[in-house]
Design a protein around this ligand. Structure first.
Ligand code: ATP
Length: 264
């Protein structure tokens, strides 16, 4: 626990949400395995869109493909939002759209240099500040759990457990941010971005994503289970959120979010 521990407090978050408070149902836990797992389970029992499960600690926080998301009580923000999109809505660019919402919220707190890494990471100074894990509710087309893990502070005890280069929001600000106000700000931006995504799709948010593209013009490798599946120069993302790579064989379109991107 860090010295400036501010416990999650639904009342404070609700106040920060202001006129958006009615869109969300806040459910704050002391501990759980994974907020995505809890939200998925509750979605299965019919929980409404706007359910927010946040937890002070996760005993089995997840990233993509069985990877671990590390967090520490008081230092991290880990939460999941259940959203029910129209069943036929294409969800290809959703993790990018969520990245835009996160970036806007972090910038609104005064953080500079927030960048987005395709398809699901938020970076600052080339290091990972937040991760996004989107999972579909089984057998319920359109029902989606949006999981977010954010390093508010990155004390040594937490940094030591993370293999990747990581950074905390507090490293970018002259003060320790309030997790409650931050959660309110992120949810507000999510409400706006998800409404836009639902109405106009990813194309409406694409320019906003590209303005923060961490690897724009960079030579990169994409791998799956350690096997390189594509390499080339990042040009763009398309209207569906697919990554476009300039390769020896022309422009290659990468749709799978299950690949890892690294600079060459
Ligand atoms: P890649 O960088 O290979 O694309 P990924 O985006 O698929 O990874 P995720 O599945 O989103 O990664 O997140 C899991 C990975 O993030 C872990 O393997 C670990 O390297 C890193 N990680 C875990 N916890 C944190 C954290 N609190 N802050 C920053 N990075 C973390």
């Amino acid at each position: 626990m860090t010295a400036s521990f501010d416990a999650l407090d639904a009342q404070v978050v609700r106040a920060a949400l202001d006129d958006r408070a009615d869109l969300f149902r806040l459910d704050f836990l002391d501990a759980c395995e994974s907020t995505n797992s809890v939200a998925l389970e509750r979605a299965g029992y019919g929980a409404p869109a706007g359910l927010v499960v946040a937890s002070e600690t996760q005993t089995a926080g997840r990233g993509r493909r069985g990877r671990t998301w590390h967090s520490l009580a008081g230092a991290s923000l880990t939460f999941s939002l259940l959203w029910r999109f129209p069943p036929a809505l294409p969800l290809g660019g959703l993790s990018l759209a969520v990245g835009v919402a996160l970036a806007r919220a972090l910038e609104g707190q005064g953080a500079a240099g927030i960048m987005l890494k395709w398809p699901n990471d938020v970076l600052a100074d080339g290091r990972k500040l937040a991760g996004i894990l989107i999972e579909m509710v089984p057998n319920t087309p359109g029902a989606t759990v949006i999981g977010i893990g954010l390093n508010v502070q990155l004390p040594r005890a937490l940094a030591a457990r993370i293999a990747a280069e990581a950074i905390g929001l507090a490293d970018l600000l002259p003060f320790a941010p309030s997790r409650n106000l931050l959660l309110g700000a992120v949810l507000k931006e999510l409400a706006a971005v998800l409404a836009r995504f639902e109405a106009d799709g990813f194309p409406a948010l694409r320019e906003d994503w590209l303005a923060r593209h961490a690897y724009a013009g960079a030579e990169v490798r994409l791998s799956h289970d350690g096997v390189i599946v594509a390499q080339g120069r990042c040009v763009d993302v398309d209207q569906d959120g697919a990554l476009l790579l300039h390769t020896d064989r022309g422009v290659q379109r990468i749709v799978s979010g299950e690949v890892s991107l690294r600079a060459r």
